[in-house]
Write a protein that binds this ligand. Structure first.
Ligand code: NAP
Length: 291
């Protein structure tokens, strides 16, 4: 029941109608008997700053932020976590309601821990490994930052447009000691880079429904069996890329686990409690199957 004590969080994005987040967060609130609700909050481009100020004015505890607002939201926030500051992107807002003075708006990025936790849960430890990240958008930034923080020795960024990969490297401002190199190259170099790596990450929408037959890996090229692959696409969770990997005997990790884990981290920032991850997983798997 919604009453005067109900605490509110939500999802700011455009569009938000097909998001799994309301289902997984509300299932977790119900399982933990918390009088909280998670609402879809469609916010048009250009309206993000007033929307965020409105969250604070309306007494919301916070929100998730998704496409296309992850960068634009920064100007409306008071403080950023180290991950959010390094990436220049926020996916979670926490509103601290001070007893005196105005609320403080904090920006966090839980894509980073969500990605690293999904890798480890899938059996891959990034310490002292080599990785190839395909893509140079927000998701790729989170992956590259997380891998370097977790002790990965070498990351090759492969992107359709070289300029955006270059910008990623400049923006992340990686310290660059001898054992930690970051390169970029065009998509043609993907196969060569992947054969020399331990991990391949797809941080592009290639393979996303309804183009579920597409894959970043060339059809006629044998897939390296030694690789671990994490595909950030989660609709479908079993992408063509993951099927290619599994057929070759490689380890394959789907994007849904990362989505769940970044959501669980947001939930913990708002509530201060451990998130019921399996409840959240159970809430979104039937929706995924129906879609
Ligand atoms: P984004 O900022 O729009 O970046 C997309 C990147 O993919 C760009 O580097 C773009 O290359 C590249 N790309 C797009 N279409 C391509 C194509 N047909 N061929 C080759 N490269 C292509 O998007 P994002 O926010 O980083 O998200 C990327 C994907 O990750 C999305 O599918 C998103 O749903 C998913 N994601 C999943 C999670 C999760 O929790 N599982 C979290 C975040 C994101 P250019 O630079 O050349 O345009």
């Amino acid at each position: 029941m919604i009453d005067g004590e109900t605490r509110l969080v939500g999802l700011i994005g455009w569009p938000v109608a097909h998001s799994l987040s309301p289902a997984l967060h509300n299932a977790a609130f119900a399982a933990e008997a918390l009088n909280w609700r998670y609402l879809p909050l469609p916010v048009r481009p250009g309206e993000v700053a007033p929307a965020v100020r409105g969250l604070a004015a309306l007494g919301f505890r916070g929100a998730n932020v998704t496409v296309p607002h992850k960068r634009a939201v920064l100007e409306a926030l008071d403080v950023l976590s180290p991950e959010a500051a390094a990436l220049g992107a926020v996916n979670t807002i926490v509103v601290e309601h001070e007893t005196e003075g105005r609320p403080v708006l904090q920006g966090h990025n839980t894509d980073v821990p969500g990605f690293i936790e999904a890798l480890r849960a899938g059996g891959f430890e990034p310490q002292a490994t080599r990785a190839v990240v395909v893509g140079a958008g927000g998701a790729a930034r989170a992956a590259v930052y997380g891998l370097l923080q977790a002790g990965c020795h070498h990351v090759t960024i492969v992107n359709r447009s070289y300029e955006r990969a270059y910008d990623l490297i400049v923006d992340l401002d990686v310290p660059d000691p001898a054992e930690l190199e970051t390169e970029s190259c065009g998509l043609d170099n993907l196969v060569e880079a992947a054969y020399q790596a331990d991990l391949l990450v797809n941080a592009t929408p290639v393979g996303l429904w309804p183009q579920a037959e597409e894959t970043i890996w060339p059809a006629q090229t044998p897939f390296p069996a030694h690789l671990t692959v994490l595909d950030m696409v989660y609709h479908p969770n079993q992408t063509r890329l993951l099927q290619q990997a599994q057929r070759a005997g490689a380890r394959a990790i789907g994007g849904l686990d990362m989505l769940l884990r970044q959501g669980a981290r947001s939930w913990e920032l708002w509530t201060g409690r451990p998130a019921p991850l399996e409840v959240m997983r159970a809430a979104c798997e039937p929706i995924e199957k129906r879609r």
